[in-house]
Design a protein around this ligand. Structure first.
Ligand code: ADP
Length: 520
């Protein structure tokens, strides 16, 4: 048997006692401590997954069992790492930041309640996008989901890491309206109107009375979310839009300066994402189909890829949702705006309720095919994402693109970049696809990532989300007034979690007892 990873100061005997206590409280069928179990909870995409090996996992099925597990964790001073479905690919999946933590797997908590009149769903953390989609179909509920590119994960877990989808409800974390949370000391709280017993407005008014806490439990280690209300989009009467291609790398500037004002004005209510040619090529073909040369792809190969798929250097899909008459009027505005900056092609799409529907992210259908991109290089594929936040400014985005593209070439990696609109910001998602069986390539990934963080920091651009390996690094870039925000986060952490048992290190927030584990 391989050595069990242990948190510092922990012995194998103590871990075995903790395991027995979990078995007594939850039943042996909810406690997993074999080598195979540990392998199942590793992060297969990590550059070095050994840094994040868990000691084991437990899978409670009720709030009471979560509380019992938290009580045991406090008794043993044992760190727990909560996951919903643990499919946060590129950011850590089911693995903990601190090796030797025990994964608190909530994927068996799968209850769904639906308030059809208001379009509010109350979910437990194990409910996946596919589960909720099936539920809506079975019950013939006229609501659409906001699914991320890889929809294997849970609705709550995705929103807790600020994942995004493609519809007007695409900023998923904004759809939370009240949560139930088990605190690190074991008490249960309900946020917003959930604090008011039997209020019919828990899922309707997000703020409650006094401070509003939902976002406090997002990307944090302050509590375990056991239930949350989320708003779903009523099925629209019509969906119209266009897929638009542009020819040159420099066109990114005009695209952003054209789409940005329409987004801010809310003519466009969803969040379009401008992506480059590799987004298409990497899911439909493999690198060896195009070239056997190492290093970043040359312009000749890029031209061949673009020709085969009839795509531009950049492409973007714009979609309008709602009443048909409104969409038709808005479509003309979009078409005129996009034509004014000379696209290679505009492909219109249109759907009206009752017609057969396209199954895609635009209609909130769960999907997994984009994950095909990890086969691009062959071998055991994986990726991490480098995703700084920018203003909606074409000049700034073009400069950021040029800087990043030059780095991809310098480090010999194929560029997959996109600029996704929020309401006022851009998320510049750069996928770093790699082959874990290519040690030379893998040795470049960490320095490459750190270089990109440093480049972005010099421009004032911070990441919106990051892999476990870089949580400390990214937290240090949020450095205003001597890192005052991190100090506040850690003050709150220590107050709520005096034994430091909940997800130490998450988002660079370390409780005092693990402060020595900080890596940056
Ligand atoms: P998904 O279910 O979409 O795959 P994950 O389970 O991987 O999402 O969770 C994404 C991130 O959110 C993880 O880093 C995890 O730490 C955090 N998280 C997930 N579920 C919870 C929860 N119920 N309570 C607190 N934090 C959570």
């Amino acid at each position: 048997m391989a050595d069990i990873p242990l948190p510092r100061g922990f012995t194998a005997a103590k871990m075995s006692q903790a395991q027995k206590a979990f078995e007594a409280a939850l039943g042996a069928d909810k406690v997993f401590f074999t080598d195979l179990d540990r392998t199942a909870y590793e992060d297969k995409f990590a550059i070095d997954d050994a840094r994040h090996h868990p000691a084991g996992a437990i899978a409670p099925t009720s709030v009471e069992e979560v509380q019992a597990a938290v009580k045991i964790a406090n008794q043993f001073r044992l760190p727990l790492w909560p996951i919903s479905r643990g499919k946060n690919l590129g950011y850590g999946t089911s693995a903990p930041e601190l090796a030797g933590s025990v994964v608190l797997d909530l994927s068996r908590m799968k209850r769904i309640e639906f308030d059809e009149a208001n379009g509010v769903v109350t979910l437990e953390p194990g409910v996946g996008f596919y589960d909720l989609y099936d539920y809506l179909q079975q019950h013939k509920l006229p609501f659409w989901l906001s699914t991320p590119g890889n929809s294997w994960g849970s609705v709550i877990g995705n929103a807790l890491d600020r994942g995004v989808g493609y519809t007007p409800y695409g900023e998923n974390t904004k759809n939370f309206c009240g949560m139930e949370v088990v605190l690190p000391t074991g008490e249960v709280v309900r946020t917003g109107m959930g604090a008011f017993s039997n209020a019919p407005t828990w899922g309707l008014y997000p703020f409650g009375f006094g401070p509003a806490w939902d976002q406090m439990f997002v990307q944090s280690n302050f509590g375990i979310v056991t239930k949350a209300n989320m708003w779903l989009m009523p099925e629209p009467e019509s969906l119209m839009g266009m897929d638009v291609e542009y020819d040159k790398p420099e066109d990114i500037k005009a695209m952003i300066d054209t789409i940005g004002p329409l987004r801010r004005e809310r003519v466009l209510q969803q969040s379009p994402s401008i992506g480059n040619w590799l987004r298409a090529a990497a899911v439909l073909t493999r690198r060896t189909d195009w070239t056997d040369k190492p290093g970043a792809l040359g312009d000749d190969v890029i031209d061949a890829i673009r020709k085969k798929f009839a795509i531009g250097w950049w492409g973007v899909s714009l979609r309008l949702y709602g009443r048909e008459g409104v969409n038709k009027a808005a479509y003309t505005i979009l078409e005129n705006a996009m034509n004014a900056i000379k696209p290679l092609s505009i492909k219109p799409t249109s759907w009206v309720k009752g017609q057969p529907m396209e199954y895609s992210g635009w209609t909130g259908t769960p999907m997994t095919f984009p994950m095909q991109n990890i086969n691009w290089y062959g071998g055991r594929g994986g990726h991490i994402g480098f995703s700084p936040l920018l203003p909606q400014d074409g000049t700034a985005a073009l400069a950021q693109f040029k800087r990043t593209y030059a780095r991809y070439k310098e480090y010999g990696m194929d560029y997959q970049g996109s600029f996704a609109f929020g309401e006022r910001h851009l998320i510049n998602v750069n996928a770093m696809i790699f082959n874990k069986d290519d040690p030379k390539m893998m040795s470049r990934i960490d320095p490459f990532f750190r270089q990109l963080v440093a480049d972005a920091k010099a421009q004032g651009y911070g990441e919106y989300r990051t892999h476990l390996d870089y949580m400390d690094l990214v937290a240090t870039t949020y450095d205003w007034n001597g890192g005052a925000l991190r100090k506040l986060n850690e003050k709150v952490k220590n107050a709520l979690d005096p034994n430091g048992i909940l997800a130490p290190g998450k988002s660079g927030i370390w409780p005092t007892n693990y402060a020595g584990e900080r890596k940056a």
